[in-house]
Design a protein around this ligand. Structure first.
Ligand SMILES: [Zn+2]
Length: 475
């Protein structure tokens, strides 16, 4: 049996308004090459000035990942030329990163602690667009100099599933910290994986790097493919080459991008234009005091305080805006379990957009009122489901809509009795058959009553009243 060793390197774009070393806006989606200056291009004489907000965000991420913060760190030049990096080098932290020795816990089967080797601050490069049809490549430098942190894990992950879970939890944590938007698809969060195989008790195998895995699914598929490919080579007594590979989504395989001979020598050296980065104790304390409740603690609290299932807690917590909406709804008096259930089924069904709870389909107040009315028996579940879409569309409260639509809850015992009687008298043959022993007709008869009142009576009361009628108590 082969043992798999996986480590992930994750690049996360920080959410600053300006770039890492100049005051150009960090809006990557703007018209191409509009947010650029001599610093972005590294023109002669241009000097970089470090963005304090980027450091503060990086600090939050490092604290949430339980890292040791290095009070002094420094920047280095990574030298290479690429069309989207016209200055010929990238400023990064190679020799002395600002954060080291952290960890994050993941749950796959049991709880596992995954080490974080280091986090460093660096700048992003621009972006090339290849136009196959016209046979040309265009470059947009807007992304040049956008602040990133690179989070390097220890090779502690043992399966593709664990790797995907680690990426999922890390993404969630960064979004909660307000330092990254979590957009894997658009590349504001990017994942590279290192993977090697070895036999238990033997030294680690040669690792292969897979670049640009921009979804949990592709990450898992690429790692699974590599597990098989490397195992086959090793079984045949062949060597695994030290390579950088790319995952091809269509063929579901990884392909060689660079071999060992083509590995670049980046000739790192300390960045002469920037001083030492000192992070004061006070800054660390301040950042620590404003950290959000972590998603892991939130999930635990939902299970403990609100008695939700672990699965529901996980889904609710997966987005900070959704969790905030849920908590507000509960704070306004909605029963927690019912609120979770209605949010995850009914409300999400009518919500749209990538983050519906940033501009929620309705206010937590309106949602809570609906659930309280439901809980107190002022309306029934079918009535609530019926008016929810309109509440969302028109921004009306449940009470207003019920009044406006003239829906009335049939709630007095007399009214229910009269209604049951009215419906069942129209179903004489079925009632007779029931009384003759065909008891399986009960469900049908109750259904007919519920249908006729359009769900406006409590199922429990209807159920009981129908039984009483059938037993002959009401004749
Ligand atoms: Zn600039």
């Amino acid at each position: 049996m082969w043992k798999t060793v996986i480590g992930l390197e994750i690049h996360a774009q920080l959410l600053t308004s300006t770039k890492l070393f100049c005051s150009c806006p960090a809006n990557y989606g703007d018209s191409p090459n509009s947010n650029v200056c001599p610093v972005c291009f590294g023109l002669p004489g241009a000097l970089p000035v470090l963005n304090g907000e980027a450091v503060r965000q990086a600090l939050r991420a490092a604290l949430l990942l339980n890292c040791r913060i290095n009070r002094t760190s420094s920047f280095d030049r990574k030298n290479y030329f690429y069309p989207d990096l016209s200055k010929g080098y990238q400023i990064t932290q190679f020799f002395h990163p600002y954060a080291e020795n952290g960890y994050m816990e993941i749950e796959v089967g049991g709880t596992r602690r995954i080490g974080i080797t280091r986090i460093h601050i660096e700048e992003d490069a621009g972006k090339s667009f290849h136009d196959e049809e016209r046979g040309e490549t265009l470059v947009d430098f807007n992304r040049c100099g956008t602040p990133l942190i690179e989070i390097v894990s220890e090779p502690d992950l043992e399966t593709p599933e664990e790797a995907a879970e680690y990426l999922r939890r890390l993404r969630e944590l960064l979004v909660y910290a307000g330092v990254n938007d979590g957009n894997l698809e658009e590349g504001s969060l990017r994942c590279d994986a290192n993977i090697s195989l070895h036999r238990e008790g033997e030294p680690l195998g040669t690792r292969v790097e897979i670049k640009n895995l921009n979804s949990y699914r592709f990450l898992q598929r690429a790692l699974r493919y590599e597990q098989e490919r490397q195992a086959e080579l090793l079984e045949r007594g062949e060597e695994v080459g030290r390579e950088t590979r790319l995952f091809d989504v269509k063929s579901n395989r990884t392909m060689v991008m660079r071999t060992k001979e083509q590995l670049l020598d980046y000739r790192y050296f300390p960045e002469p234009d920037l001083g030492i980065l000192r992070i004061e104790e006070e800054e660390i304390r301040l950042a620590g005091s404003t950290l959000p409740e972590t998603p892991a603690l939130k999930r635990e609290r939902y299970v403990r305080e609100y008695h939700l299932s672990a699965d529901d807690a996980k889904i609710l917590v997966s987005s900070p805006s959704q969790a905030a909406f849920y908590e507000e709804t509960v704070k306004l008096g909605a029963p927690p379990v019912k609120a979770a259930h209605w949010l995850l089924t009914e409300l999400l069904q009518h919500a749209s957009g990538s983050d519906p709870f940033l501009t929620p389909p309705l206010t937590p107040k309106a949602f809570a009122d609906l659930l309280v009315s439901l809980e107190k028996g002022r309306i029934t579940a079918p009535m609530a489901k019926d008016i929810l879409p309109e509440m969302i569309e028109k921004g009306l409260s449940a009470t207003e809509l019920i009044a406006k639509k003239g829906i009335a809850l049939v709630d007095s015992p007399e009214a229910v009795k009269a209604m049951v009687k009215g419906v069942l008298e129209g179903l004489r043959p079925e009632v007779e058959r029931y009384r003759a022993g065909e008891t399986k007709l009960l469900g049908f008869l109750i259904g007919e009553v519920m249908k006729s009142c359009k769900g406006a009576a409590q199922p429990k009361t209807v159920n009981q009243t129908v039984r009483e009628f059938l037993e002959g108590k009401e004749e």
